[in-house]
Ligand binder design. Structure first.
Ligand code: ATP
Ligand code: ZN
Length: 288
């Protein structure tokens, strides 16, 4: 029997739904009802640990979980603070995208971070950034509601997670520098090229297949033989399209797996270059 694999995901919060969806789409069936902390997959030898996101890097570093899903921001902050965090990111998952950014009050005139007081929940990353940029500033660690600190007079600016920017706007703050871009990542105790366990490697490949499929589209269209070259060049991220003869003379069907988004603009360009009956279809899974 294959070795049991343990995967740690966030129990509730911004990462939960997409993490669960990724596991289910990768063929791991499980139920999370009843607020339990451990879910057993009903069809694979896999346990799912449901925990706070902050605990995921250390659970994976200690080997309690083989894989985990966490924000790149949390992994980077914990790695900046402790040598014990050895977990590595093995796959960008494309969801929960945000950025860690500096923001100041709209009315603020500050031009540089030098000699300023910065409030943040990410002191490790901010300290590293300030050191790299040779900036001398004071840090205040705050665990929540960081955006209120300039108004209660304890900080000149903040460094916090931003996604749409609506929270900053609601608090009359304006972003002025990005420290890092973040998204959910799959982490494991060693880097992808050092992973030894075949069951884990296969599982990472499955996740990759689901992520790649989410961006990919299968495109089918008809075209005249003399426009084939032009049309193939317009297909975004297509590897090697299939050209199939049609009953009508001098006409072919072109089928291609496009690894990049196919926008309406691309379809219109294809049409103006002689393509007709353009179909764009979703792709469920890809195994390269
Ligand atoms: P937990 O209770 O598990 O500790 P939390 O409150 O620390 O949860 P969430 O608010 O659920 O965490 O955010 C989890 C992750 O979602 C963040 O670490 C970040 O990677 C990502 N995220 C995406 N957009 C945002 C945003 N606008 N604000 C905060 N986090 C965001
Ligand atoms: Zn958390």
């Amino acid at each position: 029997m294959a070795k049991k694999i343990t995967i740690a995901i966030q129990r509730k919060g911004r990462l939960f739904e997409s993490s669960k969806e990724l596991l289910i789409k990768s063929g791991i069936n499980f139920s999370t009802s009843g607020g339990k902390l451990l879910a057993r997959s009903s069809n694979m030898n896999i346990d799912i640990l449901l925990v706070r996101d902050d605990d995921i890097p250390s659970l994976v570093s200690k080997g309690v979980a083989d894989l985990g899903i966490v924000g790149k921001n949390v992994l980077a902050e914990q790695a900046a603070n402790s040598r014990k965090i050895s977990a590595k990111s093995v796959l960008n998952l494309g969801f929960s995208k945000c950025r860690l950014a500096f923001a100041k009050p709209l009315t603020s005139k500050i031009k540089s971070l030098n000699n300023k007081v910065i409030a943040t929940s990410y002191p490790g990353l901010v300290k590293k950034f300030l050191k790299k940029e040779s900036i001398n500033a004071e840090l205040i660690k705050i665990n929540g509601s960081v955006e209120l600190t300039p108004y209660i007079g304890i900080a000149d600016c903040i460094c916090d997670l931003v996604s749409s920017g609506a929270t900053l706007e609601a608090n009359n703050l304006t972003e002025f520098k990005i420290l890092m871009d973040s998204e959910a990542v799959l982490i494991s105790s060693s880097s992808l090229k050092n992973l030894k366990d075949k069951t884990i490697i296969d599982l990472v490949r499955r996740f990759e297949g689901v992520i790649n499929a989410a961006e990919s589209k299968y495109v089918m269209l008809n075209a005249s033989t003399n426009s084939v070259n032009k049309i193939c060049k317009l297909l975004p991220g297509a590897d090697s399209p299939t050209i199939i003869p049609l009953q009508e003379k001098n006409k072919v069907a072109i089928h291609a797996l496009c690894s990049e988004p196919v926008f309406w603009e691309t379809m219109e360009k294809l049409k103006s270059n002689g393509a007709s009956s353009i179909l764009v279809m979703p792709v469920e899974k890809i195994l390269n």
